[in-house]
Design a protein around this ligand. Structure first.
Ligand code: FMN
Length: 418
């Protein structure tokens, strides 16, 4: 009987354990988690989401405070178009983060960065170019383009000396999105090194509408592989979303996938950036506690635990400090929704905003609990302790469980005292 370890992912000269831990934004997939995947011979991701904010927390910079000091005058202004990021600082923050991972990386695996196009940062092209360029400058092994079609992204870095040597991949949820991307990048004479096909059970933002439940990962993966075959394109395909056991992963590898991308199982790893209190919420969640909703200002549906404090909250927008979701015109749909509620409730000390969330503030504070659909199975991967909490796992334990398990089994960790 085959297991994941019987397969290898080949990316250029690298031969890897075919397990990729997906990027989880705002430092949920930490550098610690990413370098653990690399040490074990697979691929880990860091994320450049809210990079200035992450740098402040991790590297003692003061980027957010400094930005707020410049734009404080604008806090009560509905028009946020003046609130710009300093591109030099975005580059510096990105370099700090990438360098922290690359300088500590050991083993034969790789560390990639997840780069979301929907983080438009009030100057989409300029900020994306700086983020990608700085990550390449700082020596990242590769970059996974996410949350968007990224039709212009290769073009933004085509003159970079590492454009052809760094591994570049894209996340798609349909053949159509892949076709569009390939058509656009043909001009740069460079194909992606891998394609992550993300199905409807993934965590974070979804590349589907609210009819997500009608789609099925295996079907989309088969369609993408058939399309690539018809086009005589040899690009590794990496399914993601709802691959919970080594057996699930092996089934995709046997069907021709090059590797799998997984994330949810690692949300309860000690190396994961979620605070332990939140990790316990993930463990406790039942299937009914998880929903896909449309409160993200990105416009993409997002999966989350229904009891996330962010849902329905009406915090004042913090764009002067954050502002990562401001579009090219300085607009964010949360700002509009918040102002609508304030206008509708004159004199109220606090409003509730049911239809949108201040994603920046809430992701920063770990009170928007995005998760994969199979989060409700996490409790079956560990021990319940005497105090009612669940035992956290090591990333190594989870990684090796994917790598070596068979028969839909999940290995439990060595029990510890509560
Ligand atoms: C907590 C969490 C946060 C995530 N954040 C991001 C993100 O910032 N960018 C992204 O491209 N994907 C994100 N994802 C998706 C994962 O990278 C991955 O593709 C997917 O969740 C895999 O499915 P699984 O969680 O069922 O294993 C996130 C997933 C989770 C669980």
């Amino acid at each position: 009987m085959k297991r994941v370890d019987d397969f290898r992912l080949r990316l250029g000269k690298h031969e890897l354990v075919p397990i990729m831990i997906g990027g989880m934004g705002v430092d949920i997939s930490t550098t610690d988690l990413a370098i653990e995947a690399a040490r074990l011979g697979g691929v880990g991701h860091i994320s450049d989401a809210m990079i200035n904010t992450v740098a402040d927390r991790r590297y003692n910079t003061k980027y957010v405070k400094e930005k707020l000091a410049i734009y404080k005058y604008n806090v009560n202004n509905e028009d946020k178009s003046a609130v710009k990021f300093d591109l030099g600082i975005v580059a510096e923050a990105t370099r700090l983060h990438v360098d922290s991972a690359m300088s500590r990386k050991q083993g034969s695996g790789l560390v990639f960065i997840n780069c979301m196009e929907k983080l438009t940062m009030n100057a989409p092209r300029e900020t994306l170019k700086v983020r990608m360029t700085a990550a390449l400058d700082a020596g990242i092994d590769g970059m996974t383009l996410a949350a968007g079609l990224h039709l212009g992204s290769f073009g933004l870095i085509e003159d970079h000396p590492r454009f052809r040597d760094a591994k570049l991949g894209i996340i798609v949820s349909s053949v159509r999105a892949l076709q569009l991307f390939l058509k656009k990048v043909a001009r740069t004479n460079r194909l992606p090194d891998y394609v992550v096909v993300e199905g409807p059970l993934a965590g974070g933002h979804l590349g589907f509408g609210m009819d997500w439940a009608q789609y099925d990962l295996a079907t989309i993966v088969a369609e993408v592989m058939q399309f690539l075959k018809n086009e005589h394109l040899d690009i590794p395909v990496i399914p993601a979303g709802g691959i919970f056991t080594g057996t699930d992963a092996t089934q995709f590898l046997e069907a021709g996938a090059a590797a799998v991308q997984v994330a949810t199982r690692f949300t309860v790893a000690k190396e994961c950036g979620l605070p332990e209190k939140v990790q316990q919420e993930y463990y406790r969640a039942s299937e009914d506690d998880i929903e896909v909703n449309q409160i993200s200002p990105t416009g993409y549906p997002m999966r989350m635990i229904k009891s996330s404090p962010a849902i329905g909250d009406g915090i004042r927008p913090n764009c002067e400090a954050y502002g990562y979701l401001l579009d090219a015109n300085g607009k964010c749909s949360y700002v509009a929704a918040y102002n609508r509620e304030v206008a509708a409730h004159p004199g109220a000390r606090k409003v509730s905003v049911p239809d949108k969330t201040c994603l920046c503030t809430h992701m920063r504070n770990f009170d928007l609990w995005t998760c994969g659909h199979l989060t409700y199975r996490l409790k079956d991967t560990t021990h319940k302790l005497a105090d009612g909490s669940y035992q956290l796992l090591s990333a190594e334990h989870i990684f090796k469980d994917y790598q070596f398990s068979t028969d839909q089994k999940v290995a439990l960790p060595e029990p510890v005292a509560a």
